[in-house]
Design a protein around this ligand. Sequence first.
Ligand code: ADP
Length: 206
Amino acid sequence: STQLDQVQLQYLEIIKNSGSSLLSIIRDILDYSKIEAGKVDIQVSTFAPVQEVHAQLEILGALAQKKNISLQLHEEIGPQLVVEADRGKINQILLNLIGNAVKFTPDGGEVKVSLSEEPLTEELLLLHYSVSDSGIGISQENILRLSQPFFQVESSATRSYQGTGLGLAIAKHVMQRHGGELRIESDLGKGSTFKLIFPASRVVHV
Ligand code: ADP
């Protein structure tokens, strides 16, 4: 909030970005340590899936815009659907999947997020989330290795993409704990689709 010149402002921006990158690396490592220690608890709360997806897209909107990537949402469930599931962990996984889609898609590409429900019983349903991109894609051989911790397709020291290689390993374990699964489909050079499918309870408003 003090008077800064243009160069000082740029330096501050770099420090701020480095701080948040470091924080997300520390968070990933802590989360994965928790998983390894068997200490991941599913904490159920009440939320509206459509509203939460909108919030995650908003966080990544500026980054997508910077890369001129069209970020679309296709929702087949109504905003009035309220469920019980682990809101925090699902948002964390979604943010990672949409963040990866934007990160691994060249400028001018497309990222589509879709959301639908599959009723199981009157109270129970399966939520289906899908994040597709028109990005660099992943070979079939590498898809099998993606949920191993620290695995990154391009892992050289000069790699052009930032990250820890932990996000998908975390997603796979959390989905399993939640009674669901993470599915990965990809065509090298054409794009990828990451799907989350997990059970949730429908909250009925009286
Ligand atoms: P990080 O993104 O931090 O490296 P992740 O576990 O989220 O860690 O992803 C692991 C690796 O999977 C990435 O480094 C990348 O090689 C590959 N990957 C993930 N998402 C995509 C995607 N949408 N398109 C292409 N490659 C991807």
